[in-house]
Design a protein around this ligand. Sequence first.
Ligand code: NAD
Length: 472
Amino acid sequence: MQHIDKIYINGEFVTPHGTELFELFNPATEEVIGTVRMADVEDTQRAIAAAKAAFPAWSCTTKQQRVEFLTRMHAAVVECENELLEAIIEEYGAPVARSSWMATYPADVILQAIEALESFEFEEQAGAAQVIYSPVGVAGLITPWNSDAGFICNKLATALAAGCTAVIKPSEMSAMQTQIITQALHKAGLPAGVFNIVTGRGDVVGAEISRHPDIAKISFTGSTAVGKGIVESSAATLKRVTLELGGKSPTIILDDADAATVVPMALMAGFGNSGQACIAGTRILVPQSRLSEFEQAFAFAVTYIKSGDPRDKSTDIGPMVSRKQWERVQGYIRLGIEEGAKVLIGGEGRPQGFDKGWLVKPTIFTSANNQMRIAREEIFGPVLVIIPYLDEDDAIAIANDTSYGLNAIVLSGDLQRGISVARQIETGRVLVNTFAHEPKAPFGGVKQSGLGREMGKWGLSAYLEPKTLLVG
Ligand code: NAD
């Protein structure tokens, strides 16, 4: 049992003023593995005051000084990778392959921020004017549980690179991972107050950050519903807001695709991170003329996908993060059946051989259409829907008939044709015949998948305001 009773304010680990305890679980065993003492509004205000006090000096550091600090952060985060890996498996339940990536990504993403900073021009000429990019002020960074340390490090490194100071509100469900990353960041020896980490409830700490007049900018990753609330509460002080929200991303299989090649790719897109991924390809669009061929291919391929113990190296899908999330996913499986879709494979309940752990059977629905709630709402678990289309135009229309637009994948035997379809998809990112990721490129969503972009120069710009200088 681990009892986490410290938050990080002004360069020190301090006992929160808040007294509420929140239980931490191992999702594979459903056992309580720890508690976290939660910060409250007073703690949040102290953290904001510390970040505000640190801002004048930090915002005046040079690019080179910031690169040096970020390099120290990177080294410190690399040091904690093994400890982080263990916490990710224990507290989040990501299977070994995924958790290994999740443990190294936080350091990688700091390096990516360093690269973006090194090549960023903070001043440019616009006609007769000089344009100076200045940090916006104190940034409030609110992150979810599905990649705790990765989101903390990405948002923090970018905010600091821009010259902002920060107050971070991670998910309360990831307190063990947050504790490890906070200790590592502390070792990097940044000036006190430059970053502060206050774990607490979203509707307490998160709400205070969204409301507080000394927060100039919010960068939020999480659900669309909470994102909308943040826009509302930050409107009173016109905070700059970046939102990375949910998705219902299409995987569009064109009629010239080779089933043996594309079916494993579509499953990887849908079941990655145990289905708890904002970019998950949860709507699989297949040509009506080849529907039964694809149904058979998907049903066969899923029999080889193992949902089980995250410590077992052969496991592909780990447990859902919490009982609430497990019940939500089970509810959607029931809903799909009630709506008249057919369970092609999977279904309600735990996988065979498990009577505990928040495990879900990898599930695929067919005989579905794009108007069903299972095709419109984000489920955030390993539940996919096959939707047939008539021709290419119909595929594009179905792909775009969604309130989301975060990611899309087009799979085709003809790369040029795939690219032509990709250009017509309304989304923040589209991949053709690949899972390649480019950290230098912007990441974010259109429609209700978000506002603004992270990563590269676009991510850095989101923490800066252009100031026009004209000299007589
Ligand atoms: P969530 O919206 O419930 O919580 C996200 C964070 O917001 C948490 O720290 C939470 O405590 C906080 N929060 C909750 N209520 C708040 C409030 N009223 N004011 C301020 N903060 C509040 O989301 P979650 O369940 O932690 O994460 C899953 C969601 O995140 C999914 O919808 C997923 O699609 C999305 N997500 C998006 C991306 C992306 O990059 N687009 C990446 C990962 C996850």
